[in-house]
Design a protein. Sequence first.
Length: 203
Amino acid sequence: MIKNIIFDFGNVLTQYDPVAWASQLMGGDTKKGSYLHEKTINNKKIWNDYDAGLCSEKQVIDRLCDDIEPEYHKAVTEFVTTVDKCFDQYDQMVPILQQLKDKGLHLFLLSNFPKEMFKRVSVRCPILDLLDEKIVSCDIHLIKPHKEIFEYILNTYCLRADQTLFTDDMKINTDAAMKAGMHAHTFTTAQNFTDHLKAIGIF
């Protein structure tokens, strides 16, 4: 029986399109926007340290600027400090979370997120208030899909893996959760998630 559900944030509890935001910052140029995104959030060697809370916003900007052409430096700064604006709360998920709470399930957030960015985006997404606990990578210096972050949430909150469902939009993360013994669902839409909850007997 599932007693706990762990949610990712971007493209699960919120809709999130950083490439579109980067393109907007580049004057609508999708090619430059895609390149800016590739050299910032998708520059995992640097961004993973930011997600893990191992460097500050200023430090990550400096490191990213060292790894891109000078004409992009201003855009890098603007992107890093404003990318939280491209998160829009997925309102269709609100009643689903409320129903789960009403059924007595425990709800958690487990997300890769830099500290400064999460502070800004939290103000815009009251759906987070429906969660019992929020585990953010920057606070514990662990990131998905490493097994240690799944072990951390299970051990910290005394959760049984076989009673826990994890949902994330990235299959690499749901695969990692299953390796940790959890049930997992790769998220696409609120309706698809609802259908999965019905299929496993929660709804």
